[in-house]
Design a binder for this molecule. Structure first.
Ligand SMILES: [Zn+2]
Length: 312
């Protein structure tokens, strides 16, 4: 980096945000075409009862606050309500990840999926969310226009990673050929060609800048790779170091975890079939150590807002 670039970067407001999508284990069963689990898995879903406290512990150890994207139907269970409420009381943000996490929401645009989730969060924790994330990193042309009327100030669904969309297309095709069709879907490929910094989107073409009253807060994709807990877990320290170096001068960085990124099959006694999600095969303590080391490096010299605190 040249001296003038260094000065420019130091003058910019560089920010890092940490979010976690709390997709229940039933979502992974739908993605990998596995049979649904036992009732006890739903009543005591470790994504809520274990991963949320671990996420709070991770944030505490770094002195930061994060954003939790809640799937509304999970709050039917008292244990899940307790974990989510404790996270909110600790100062973390609760945001809307739809009521049932239907992977085709970008096509159906069912408004009730958004309203029901906000209602569930408000009923359980007394907070009406102002942030939204669609399932599967897909908005389509009809979801964004629904959000302002529901009181949302930002959306954080987009992932500027054509590589991810390409890999997803290959996997979905393979699963269909094997006779095990996934619940996951493909969207408009232009949705992978979005800005990598916060922007005001076009309501019907979210990949473009426009005049929406919402702010769009992309998940980061250094080197075109989705900056997710799964990537850091599977890539280990060598990849983490490369990505942290790559992001050193980035104006905006958002790391997206999922609940399963803070769980593992053995320690948490999960159904071995869920090992189809490869990061579940790695000890959660090891994964948490990787995330902590990565975040420690990336937050140097940065503000660390919750997503609801980000202004353009
Ligand atoms: Zn999700």
């Amino acid at each position: 980096m040249s001296r003038s670039d260094t000065v420019l970067v130091s003058l910019m407001k560089r920010r890092f945000a940490l979010s976690i999508d709390l997709d229940p284990l039933s979502c992974y069963r739908n993605i990998y075409a596995l049979p649904q689990g036992l009732q006890t898995e739903r009543e005591n879903d470790p994504v809520y009862t274990k991963a949320i406290p671990r996420f709070c512990e991770l944030c505490d150890s770094l002195g930061i606050k994060g954003t939790l994207f809640i799937v509304g139907e999970s709050l039917d269970q008292p244990n899940s309500v307790q974990s989510a409420s404790q996270a909110a009381e600790a100062g973390h943000e609760l945001a809307n990840h739809t009521h049932n996490h239907h992977y085709d929401l970008s096509k159906t645009a069912k408004e009730e999926q958004i309203t029901l989730c906000s209602d569930a969060i408000e009923k359980a924790c007394g907070i009406r969310p102002v942030g939204f994330r669609a399932p599967g990193y897909l908005l389509g042309s009809s979801l964004l226009p629904l959000l302002p009327a529901e009181g949302f100030r930002y959306d954080s669904s987009v992932l500027p990673s054509p590589a991810y969309q390409g890999l997803k297309a290959s996997v979905l095709t393979l699963m269909r050929l094997l006779g095990r069709p996934s619940a996951s879907i493909l969207g408009d490929p232009r949705e992978a060609l979005v800005p990598s910094v916060p922007y005001r989107p076009h309501p019907h073409r979210p990949w473009r800048r426009g005049m929406s009253s919402l702010v769009e807060l992309p998940i980061s994709a250094p080197l075109g790779l989705p900056l997710t807990g799964g990537l850091l877990a599977l890539g280990g320290r060598p990849l983490s170091k490369v990505l942290a170096a790559r992001l050193a001068s980035a104006e905006w960085v958002q790391l997206e975890l999922h609940g399963v990124d803070l769980l593992d099959l053995v320690s948490d006694g999960l159904d071995p079939a869920l090992g189809a999600e490869r990061s579940l095969r790695i000890d959660w303590r090891k994964k948490m150590g990787l995330y902590r080391a990565f975040i420690e490096k990336v937050i140097e010299g940065r503000e660390v807002p919750r997503l609801c605190d980000v202004k353009l």
